[in-house]
Design a protein around this ligand. Structure first.
Ligand code: GLA
Length: 382
């Protein structure tokens, strides 16, 4: 659990230590959870994410030349480059470089910079550590260059950086959340119109527990891009721009069985997002239970992005009366399961999950009890 100002301070101190003078700008962006709406963002569908109290801070100062120097207390190792490289490096710096490149493409190549990253967003856990890094870097670098940009535009810029430089064909959910989240709320985002609505999350009686499998299967990034291709092929076969326009009745017109399953997930998941948002608006959060389980089944069977470790955690959670609902979260093939728990039962649930998971996989899951917090704030840029 982190407060943004702690990370802000950590990044400032680390910057001073590394370079001997203070940074010119600092920005702090949160990681995210997603209540429901998985693999729907790049299909122009609906998502329901919230920012969580885990943050990444970037402290930055422009240079007089075009060199770039990066260091991080999280990812380890310093990186020094003669100039902004045209191609990816194959490490964490790519998220930084992709965004810097995109800012250069839009506003003209600027000077080089020194940047320090401090973070407590778990990496590889599906909590969007990369989205938080991109957004914090973008906000800090834009501020340093004196460029003003609307949050939505910054989110799109970061997404383009990730798609084109890093090569991950991800949607806009993570960056949008890091920029626009509001404490105590989820965001119902329509990824086609990019209209958003804040939906209140339940108060202290219920707890969002993230159970981290601590595995990340190799398959993750290639399978992600593959799913996107399959979805786009399914939409094309239906003569539609995206699966957002498709309905369950269209499914029988998709000849390829794999594409049909992928489409069914997206169509039914969009409907689940809307009904989850409705439960939250009506302040009946326990109504989320069946929606979360149905989402998991759909991701497991139709979209085929779950794995044994995630299925195990969700099954164990489903066996407990204190659990309202659970599902795998994020891109899949590892990372976290999202578990909505009656707060009084959280310790018991953690213990049960730990034990059952260790019996099966000889290791313990890691738990994060998270709260919904604000996105990156302009006043944190200084
Ligand atoms: C990753 C991507 C998001 C989204 C999710 C799956 O987190 O970055 O854009 O597609 O996977 O819902």
């Amino acid at each position: 659990m982190s407060a943004p100002h702690q990370l802000d301070q950590r990044a400032r101190n680390a910057f001073r230590e590394a370079f001997g003078y203070p940074p010119g700008s600092v920005a702090v962006a949160p990681g995210r959870m997603n209540i429901v709406g998985e693999h729907t963002d790049y299909n122009q569908g609906f998502v329901l994410p919230a920012a969580i109290d885990r943050h990444t801070a970037v402290a930055l100062r422009l240079r007089r030349d075009v060199r770039i120097a990066l260091s991080s207390d999280r990812y380890g190792g310093s990186i020094a480059l003669e100039r902004l490289p045209p191609r990816r490096q194959g490490n964490w710096a790519d998220y930084v470089l992709g965004v810097a490149r995109e800012i250069g493409n839009r506003f003209g190549e600027g000077p080089g910079f020194e940047a320090v990253v401090a973070s407590d967003v778990p990496v590889g856990a599906g909590l969007s550590s990369s989205g938080a890094l991109e957004v914090a870097l973008a906000v800090a670098l834009l501020a340093a260059r004196g460029i003003e940009m609307a949050p939505l535009k910054i989110a799109q810029l970061c997404q383009t950086g990730e798609n084109e430089f890093v090569g991950a064909q991800t949607g806009i959910m993570d960056q949008f959340t890091a920029l626009k989240a509001r404490g105590g709320n989820a965001i119902l985002l329509d990824c086609r119109s990019l209209e958003d609505e804040y939906v209140p999350l339940p108060g202290g009686q219920l707890t969002w527990l993230l159970a981290d499998t601590r595995v990340r299967h190799e398959l993750a990034s290639s399978a992600y891009n593959q799913r996107r291709i399959e979805c786009e092929a399914a939409a094309r076969e239906l003569g539609l721009t995206s699966l957002r326009e498709a309905s369950v009745d269209d499914l029988e017109r998709i000849a390829d069985p794999v594409q049909r399953h992928r489409a069914r997930h997206v169509i039914t998941e969009n409907a689940r997002v809307l009904s989850a948002a409705d439960s939250l608006r009506r302040r009946v959060p326990r109504g989320l239970g069946p929606i979360l389980y149905a989402s998991h089944e759909s991701l497991r069977l139709d979209f085929a992005v779950s794995c044994r470790e995630l299925d195990c955690l969700v099954e164990l959670a489903a066996g407990m009366p204190q659990v309202i609902g659970a599902r795998m979260m994020g891109g899949g093939f590892g990372g976290c399961a999202l578990v909505l728990v009656e707060s009084t039962g959280t310790d018991d649930v953690e213990q049960h999950l730990s034990q059952g998971y260790a019996e099966e996989f000889h290791r313990s899951p890691q738990f994060y009890r998270v709260r919904a917090v604000d996105g990156v704030m302009p006043e944190r840029v200084a």
